[in-house]
Design a protein around this ligand. Structure first.
Ligand code: UDP
Length: 324
């Protein structure tokens, strides 16, 4: 089986590459390397450099005969999507349409989309299942919802089956230490905590401690990236076997607060990790936790590595190499 990971040189894509290789797939990676890195790509992958917005680069690669495509090529900074929607429209929406049309035209039967919990917006109930209303609070979330809608039409019209995987908070690193690249200029909590522990930045800002949660800080559902990656392999196998599209959450079904992440990171790293409370970040809900019942039922997927210790320890293993 041959799978093409579009955007496969990024953090999640490269972990997916490991999971597919481990399972015996032949893996191709198409990436423009704007945020991804060649260092992330495991040996054994075929690498194609190109941009999803350039169909002259994309289509020849799609024509090479793939059993499935995983689409991970997206911008993800929700804040930026609110001030610069044009670049999100071009990359996330136009670029995705190029991929979807290209898959259809080159008779690729299955596509897996990196979708996001951001499609749900402010939760109306917890844990969030896939029936929860979709009402994105930011344009980034809307781009993902819109792509899901196009995929649904291409399934109906062209029989292109899809798995839309709605990720919660991806975290952690490959437990065998095969992934060494770190994100440049991260904004997510765990890499920011790690950069502070490593002395790359001077302090962590805790965005609010007056939420309606036990310790007052925001609670999120952190899912280990190796668990996420396993979900992609299972999703492709599900599509091949059933020829039926699915939309599923990938989350750990448990919530961790900012302070729990910080305390564990201090313990694991042995560093003081300076932190101060600052204002809430706009659009941040108090608590987001996934129901992963559907992924368990349809895919047989279970989060195995998404406990706090494994997430923080596997991340510090990488970041300790950057201590200043
Ligand atoms: N957060 C924080 N300081 C940071 C980054 C994040 O306090 O520098 C908090 C944020 O308010 C949220 C949680 O950490 O409660 C996770 O945020 P992140 O940006 O990692 O993911 P999100 O859930 O917003 O996609």
């Amino acid at each position: 089986m041959r799978v093409l990971l579009i955007g496969g040189a990024g953090y999640i894509g490269a972990h997916c590459a490991l999971a597919f290789l481990d399972r015996g797939y032949r893996v191709g990676i198409f990436d423009n390397f704007s945020t991804g890195s060649m260092d992330n790509i495991p040996s054994g992958c075929e690498v194609y450099t190109g941009d999803i917005n350039n169909v002259d680069q994309l289509n020849p690669v799609l024509s090479l005969g793939w059993d499935g495509v995983v689409h991970l090529a997206a911008l993800k900074a929700a804040g930026v999507s609110m001030t610069e929607p044009e670049i999100f429209a071009r990359n996330n929406i136009s670029g995705s349409l190029n991929i979807i049309c290209g898959c259809s035209e080159h008779a690729i039967k299955h596509i897996i989309l990196s979708s996001s919990a951001a499609v749900y917006g402010e939760p109306k109930y917890l844990p969030i299942d896939e029936q929860h209303p979709t009402n994105p609070e930011n344009y980034y979330g809307y781009t993902k919802l819109s792509i899901e809608g196009h995929l649904d039409w291409f399934d109906r019209l062209k029989g292109l089956t899809y798995a839309s995987l709605r990720y919660f908070n991806a975290a952690g690193y490959d437990l065998q230490g095969r992934m060494q690249g770190v994100e440049r200029d991260p904004a997510n909590l765990i890499p920011v905590v790690m950069e502070t522990a490593a002395g790359i930045r001077s302090e962590l800002q805790i965005f609010g401690n007056d939420y309606d949660t036990a310790d007052g800080t925001g609670i999120r559902d952190y899912v280990h990236v190796t668990d996420l990656a396993a979900g992609h392999v299972l999703a492709l196998e599900y599509l091949v076997e059933t020829q039926t599209s699915i939309t599923v959450n990938l989350g750990s079904q448990s919530g961790l607060s900012v302070l729990e992440i910080l305390d564990k990171s201090r313990e694991v790293s042995g560093k003081s990790i300076p932190a101060r409370i600052s204002d809430r970040r706009l659009g941040d809900p108090a608590k987001l936790v996934a129901s992963s019942a559907k992924a368990r039922e349809l895919l047989g997927w279970e989060a195995q590595y998404s406990d706090l210790d494994t997430i923080i320890a596997s991340t510090w293993e990488i970041y300790k190499g950057f201590v200043k």
